[in-house]
Design a protein around this ligand. Structure first.
Ligand code: HEC
Length: 153
């Protein structure tokens, strides 16, 4: 009887051990471009990630891959990477009508975030354009202001 108990205990320990190992090996390596950023821009990146997680992640997803034919990707998006910092306008005012991203057409309205400050938009842009393999480099408040043509924010 005690042999059986010892066997069961051993089995339980191995299952716990194996499952914790499995979880670890499935973790994906997050590629980001932090090494190209100064300390100030790394702070933007970190704050931008927090904003992304509350404002964007529900649609564009954790890995920036979007959602099927409904939500375009930000990861490796030719639209995003070809229009930083002009996409400040998309973030602030939203986007409607057909848009082509990496040769796929999307046509669902994206709501704007009109209360975001230029600093917050620069932070979000720094995060999304330097994550998931994107390598744009830093985005400044001045660039955001210029593309929004609003200097009083
Ligand atoms: C409710 C879902 C939703 C949320 C929340 C959302 N988006 Fe979008 N986003 C979309 C959709 C849908 C489009 C495509 C719009 C169209 O078809 O005209 C889009 C387009 C874009 C684009 C341009 C196309 C591309 O993929 O490069 C960018 C950049 C973008 N979003 C960034 C963001 C950022 C940053 C946030 C958070 C501040 C955000 N979005 C929040 C749904 C969303």
């Amino acid at each position: 009887m005690s042999k059986l108990l010892r066997f069961l205990a051993l089995l339980l320990v191995s299952i716990i051990w194996l499952s914790s190992c499995g979880g670890g090996s499935e973790k994906t390596v997050v590629k980001n471009n932090l090494s190209a950023l100064s300390n100030k821009d790394r702070q933007y990146f970190t704050n931008g990630r927090t904003l992304y997680q509350s404002l964007c992640i529900s649609c564009h997803m954790d890995s920036g891959e979007g959602l099927g034919k409904l939500i375009p990707p930000l990861k490796a998006s030719d639209y995003l990477l070809g229009n930083v910092p002009a996409v400040s306008r998309v973030i602030k005012y939203g986007l409607k009508g057909p848009v082509t991203v990496n040769e796929t057409e999307y046509n669902q309205p994206m709501p704007g975030n009109p209360r975001l400050t230029n600093l917050e938009i620069a932070e979000i842009l720094t995060y999304i354009s330097n994550s998931w393999g994107n390598e744009h480099g830093p985005v400044s408040i001045a660039q955001v202001a210029e593309s929004l043509k609003e200097k009083n924010n």
